[in-house]
Design a protein around this ligand. Structure first.
Ligand code: SF4
Length: 303
């Protein structure tokens, strides 16, 4: 029995004792930049701060930095968006499908920090609430009883209550900034880049590097197994790496004369330069023929 293994609940998959493998991959060369073992009963978004700490620490040691973070919706949360902004990173993490910017039919007034209902009444900010379950921070808004009294929409809006209560995430501004970024052309490109970067790495690790199973006990040993798999993956990448080379044609030209140098600055007439260039071409051809002479002589003798 492994005391650190936890039951992972994934839709469509059998329940079993597992660890979470969290990893980061760089988008330019698809190398694994960080890997960590985590408890399987944790959510991905709870693992992001630790993952980020490990990643930035390692990059800093190598004199590198990371500016953009691409991840799937599982890593989204207001706290994570705020953390990434605090660290000067641009997040391309779509919000979870359950995210709602605010109550339906209400519009937010940023200047006044209040919500306007369909009847034009204001729900004003009252306090910041922290939900005991999950420590979730929310902003709390409320209309007045007087505003809602006699409203024709009352039944559908507040039911048997006396005023409208509006609760929105504390990190609404961060969410809205990320949503706007993801809707842009660059944001859509980043989404495609994320899928093309991380999915092949995960496939290789599970199918070829044996990371589908960890045959050890304890999270420390699981961490070692993941590190070894990541090292093997990166080593394989390194051995297959071929630097991009540029092909260029280089021709040796005779050393320019003082007059030609002056001609470059427009102090010699063009006819003179042409004549000198033709002469130097002839010199070059002559020198090549002279260089080839012993070889030509040898061929001739053999013949
Ligand atoms: S019940 Fe109150 S909050 Fe809801 S629509 Fe009417 S006035 Fe606005």
């Amino acid at each position: 029995m492994d005391p650190d293994a936890r039951i992972a609940v994934k839709t469509g998959k059998a329940r079993k004792l597992c660890y979470l493998a969290q990893l980061s991959v760089d988008t330019s060369h698809h190398t694994i930049t960080h890997v960590q073992a985590d408890f399987a009963d944790r959510k991905d978004n709870q693992c992001l701060p630790k993952l980020l700490g490990g990643l930035t620490g390692r990059l800093r040691c190598l004199g590198l930095s990371c500016s953009h973070i691409l991840a799937d919706a599982g890593y989204s949360s207001g706290e994570n968006y705020a953390l990434l902004e605090e660290q000067g990173m641009t997040a391309f993490i779509p919000p979870h499908g359950t995210y709602k910017g605010g109550p339906e039919g209400f519009t937010y007034d940023r200047e006044e920090d209040c919500w306007l209902c369909p009847q034009g009444k204001r729900a004003t900010f009252r306090k910041v609430k922290v939900e005991p379950k999950g420590n979730i921070k929310k902003r709390f808004y409320l209309t007045t009883r007087r505003d809602c009294r006699g409203c024709p929409l009352r039944e559908g809006c507040i039911g048997k209550g006396h005023e409208k209560k509006v609760e929105v995430t504390f990190y609404r501004e961060e969410y809205e900034r990320v949503i706007a970024r993801l809707k842009s052309r660059y944001g859509r490109k980043m989404k495609g880049l994320r899928q093309a970067t991380v999915e092949p790495v995960l496939g290789t690790l599970t199918n070829y590097m044996g990371l589908r199973k960890i045959n050890t006990r304890g999270i420390q040993q699981a961490q070692k197994g993941m590190l070894l798999a990541a090292a093997a993956y990166n080593l394989r990448k390194l051995l297959r790496f071929t630097p991009k080379t540029r092909q260029s044609a280089v021709m040796a030209l005779p050393r320019p004369s003082a007059a030609a140098s002056l001609g470059f600055f427009g102090l010699e007439n063009r006819g003179e330069i042409k004549k000198r260039t033709e002469a130097s071409k002839e010199e070059l051809l002559y020198s090549r023929v002279v260089q080839q002479l012993p070889m030509l002589a040898l061929v001739f003798l053999l013949w």
